[in-house]
Ligand binder design. Structure first.
Ligand code: ATP
Ligand code: MG
Length: 760
């Protein structure tokens, strides 16, 4: 994790300073191979692998396959693929808890011999009934003092399959009156005559999680064992088993909050139901919150990691808004996905002043002006085009900024189109438009806005999948009839679109922004004989947030008095009224929409003098419009709900400076949020704060060189081994240098310096 501080990182830091583990940091990610990983697991992965990396340690991938039922090698493979996709590597440290079955068995024998465990003949129900309650102690099992030799014999018989399931269990002899119920003689083994995907039929007893987990950690020399809060009460048991068998220093367990995300379910069991019952195509359906689903949808792994880092690590359970994930994805793709055009719901348009069969190719920039990247592609401009059906209205609602009969719009990059004729069929349906295309600046009606388009004759047909939330309820599990009752029927909508030829040739996996529509990926299922498939990764604006925004409150509850009609002002009517009193707002909205802002965002910023001023200043300083809007709409507005903007120390220049720090890769978005919080408090400019707090990565070649040289000198054996081909020691060296710099060195520079020093 690149986040500078959280309680887990502090724990590791403290152990390093005190020498608890002799400078070792070893973590593990322990998935049970009974389903695909989901975005909740991404949080665990980023914590487990990320912290190990940051402190120069290593992270093991261990399959927690102690339960024979429901586990499968299919899942083992998918989990490895998903962890690698996120950018993490376990090297030679791939383990299976089932490989420890013989060791665990020997531990159980040892505990029995020492009088610390016994074979119990109570049924599971009886065990539950004799466990007592929080206020009353439990009743000891009649077998608690079974002679050691008897327990040992029964244990062997259990293992060999001589007893029926449920006939016996193995229990630790701890304390039947312990205030922590988990400590009241917990189970270590139960009998299961089940086939295991790795050990086959050789075992008839399987260890319980609490017995197996901590001991597996100890066997592997794990130092810090991170898990989620529901295991807090299990920690005492973890310690008991580990301390009963191993000498210090033993591993310790630390808990953090789970990641919960709105509008999805994050439980393997529930995700399996969605797959089995056919509510989705499979585990990699782009609507699924699985890592496979996110990958198929086109979400970049870097954005998943950035999202998890932004959420951070804490011990407070919370529900994270899925809009934050979408936001992170947009943020990441904005500077990486080149612009293209495509039309999802085509309405034919004839440019009457371009002759049939004639046309030209126009070069359009792939990047907006505010993104410092170069590139262009040729787009065919022909007599017959298509535009988005919803960009034309005969009877436009107030504030409509697109095409109307007799009206004029800018066709992105092509010129100004004036609609002179509307064609309809016998049923009155609009079948097409005709009109002139004029160069910029030509006299004519006022330009209403800019729309996207595609050539009807040179464009290519594509199948487009629009992905939306899988459930309509923020917490689907809260529905009394279960999550399936609130499946979103429109979660996947298919369209026949017309896209520009340059995009039709793009290889699978290419990510682009279709102007005004969102970010899309060319699907992997693309076949040469079929129209390409594009999946929408994320739309450009969050339509759900807009629906729930305070600007448009829910309709008031129906009035009891049926004689009186209640009229609710729609937001656009309210806006219209405002414009009547303050006409300059209309100009602002025009300007903001011309800058590419959505109508909602433009309304938020354009109607507030302070925000508009700030926006205009920041953009004038060269900041990316989208980034400015995101900061204002997401971060600043969260503050101004409580405190008026005038009381904050924020200028457009400061905002532009902050955005530049992020785009130049000087700081992460997460760090930028912290800087932002200080800027508004008047603690200085972003650069001053970043420098004062030492938030930039250290790039001083002399210092990095010195740290690296020290590490190389201190580890002659490892250097030699590395030079003889043990290249997996690389992580060790990088980690040590990072540690020496207390996590602050620029990893890319560390790698470059090590390249040289280790080359020998
Ligand atoms: P699920 O509840 O989805 O079935 P699980 O906890 O059974 O998941 P495991 O395979 O046992 O899944 O989990 C592997 C690791 O991932 C564990 O350390 C677990 O604590 C962690 N983990 C699982 N879900 C989340 C989540 N939502 N947020 C953070 N960590 C999680
Ligand atoms: Mg589990």
């Amino acid at each position: 994790m690149s986040e500078s501080s959280n309680f887990l990182a502090e724990q590791i830091q403290a152990d390093l300073e005190q020498g608890t583990y002799g400078g070792r940091v070893v973590t593990r990610f322990p998935p049970e191979p009974n389903g695909f990983l989901h975005i909740g697991h991404a949080k665990a992965i980023v914590v487990d692998f990320g912290l190990a990396q940051r402190f120069g340690g290593r992270c093991h991938l261990r399959f927690d396959d102690t339960n024979p039922v429901g586990e499968d090698t299919l899942y083992v493979e998918s989990i490895q693929r998903d962890v690698r996709w996120l950018g993490y590597e376990w090297g030679e440290h791939l383990y299976y808890a089932s490989d420890y079955f013989p060791k665990l068995f020997a531990f159980a024998e040892r505990l029995i011999r020492e009088g610390r465990a016994y074979v119990c003949s109570l049924s599971l129900d009886q065990i539950r009934e004799t466990r007592g309650t929080v206020t009353e102690p439990g009743t000891p099992s009649p077998d608690r003092d079974r002679p050691v030799q008897d327990s040992l014999r029964l244990l062997r018989e259990m293992r060999e399959g001589k007893h029926a399931e449920g006939a016996y269990t193995v229990r630790a002899k701890i304390d039947m009156a312990h205030p922590n119920m988990k400590m009241r003689d917990p189970l270590m083994y139960r009998i299961r005559h089940a086939h295991h995907h790795r050990t086959g039929d050789s075992w008839h007893i399987y260890p319980m999680y609490d017995f197996a987990h901590g001991l597996s950690d100890a066997i592997e020399g794990i130092t810090h064992s991170f898990c989620t809060l529901e295991f807090e009460n299990n920690r005492a048991l973890y310690d008991w088993f580990v301390e009963a068998i191993f000498e210090p220093p033993v591993p310790h367990q630390y808990e953090m909050a789970r990641l919960n995300l709105s509008y999805v379910v994050l439980s393997k069991r529930k995700l399996i139901t969605l797959v089995r019952e056919g509510h989705v195509w499979g585990w990699d359906d782009p609507r699924m919150p699985t890592l496979a689903g996110l990958r198929r949808r086109g979400v970049p792994p870097e954005a998943v990691v950035a999202f998890v880092e932004q959420v951070g690590v804490s011990r407070a359970d919370s529900l994270v808004d899925v809009a934050l994930l979408d936001h992170t994805v947009r943020d990441y793709l904005n500077t990486r996905a080149p612009r293209r055009m495509g039309v999802l719901d085509p309405l034919p348009v004839t440019l009457t002043n371009i002759p049939e069969g004639e046309g030209r190719r126009i070069e359009l920039d792939e990047w907006p002006h505010d993104i410092p990247r170069q590139g262009s592609r040729a787009v065919p401009l022909t007599r017959h085009l298509v535009i988005e059906r919803e960009d034309f209205a005969v009877d436009p609602p107030k504030g409509f900024k697109r095409l109307t009969p007799g009206g004029r719009v800018r066709l992105r990059g092509a010129g100004l189109f004036t609609c002179e004729e509307v064609l309809t069929d016998q049923a009155g349906q609009i079948t097409g438009l005709r009109g002139r295309l004029d160069p910029e600046g030509a006299p004519g009606p006022k330009v209403a806005g800019t729309i996207h388009w595609s050539s009807a004759t040179a464009g290519v047909e594509a199948r487009v999948l629009l992905v939306d939330r899988l459930f309509t309820l923020e917490r689907p599990d809260d529905h009394p009839d279960g999550a399936l009752a609130v499946l979103n029927p429109d979660s996947l909508v298919e369209r026949r679109a017309v896209i520009e030829p340059a995009l039709a040739q793009a290889p699978a996996g290419t990510r682009v922004q279709l102007e005004r529509l969102g970010y899309f990926i060319v699907d992997e299922a693309a076949q040469s004989d079929q129209p390409p498939t594009l999946i929408r990764i994320v739309p450009l604006k969050d339509s759900w947030a807009a629906k729930a925004s305070p600007a448009e409150p829910a309709p008031p509850p129906a009035k009891k008095d049926p004689g009186r009609k209640r009229v609710r002002k729609s937001a656009s009517e309210a806006l219209q009224e405002l414009i009547e009193v303050r006409p300059e707002i209309a100009d602002r909205l025009d300007r903001l929409e011309a800058d590419g802002l959505s109508e909602e965002d433009a309304a938020v910023i354009g109607t507030d003098d302070g925000l508009f001023e700030l926006y205009a200043q920041a953009v004038a300083q060269g900041a990316d419009q989208v980034a400015v809007v995101n900061w204002i709409v997401n971060d600043l507005r969260a503050v101004t709900k409580e405190r008026p903007l005038e009381t904050l120390s924020l200028t457009g220049a400061a905002l532009a400076e902050l955005i530049a720090l992020v785009t130049q890769g000087e700081i992460t978005t997460a760090v930028a949020r912290k800087v932002f919080a200080r800027v508004i408090e008047g603690e200085g400019s972003p650069i001053q704060i970043v420098d004062r707090q030492g938030l930039r990565p250290i790039r001083d070649p002399a210092r990095i060189e010195a740290w690296a040289a020290e590490v190389v000198q201190a580890n002659p054996d490892k250097v030699q081994a590395y030079r003889q081909g043990r290249t997996n020691l690389r992580g060790f060296f990088v980690g040590q240098v990072m540690r020496a710099s207390r996590g602050k060195a620029d990893p890319a520079m560390v790698n470059r310096v090590l390249d040289r020093l280790l080359a020998g």
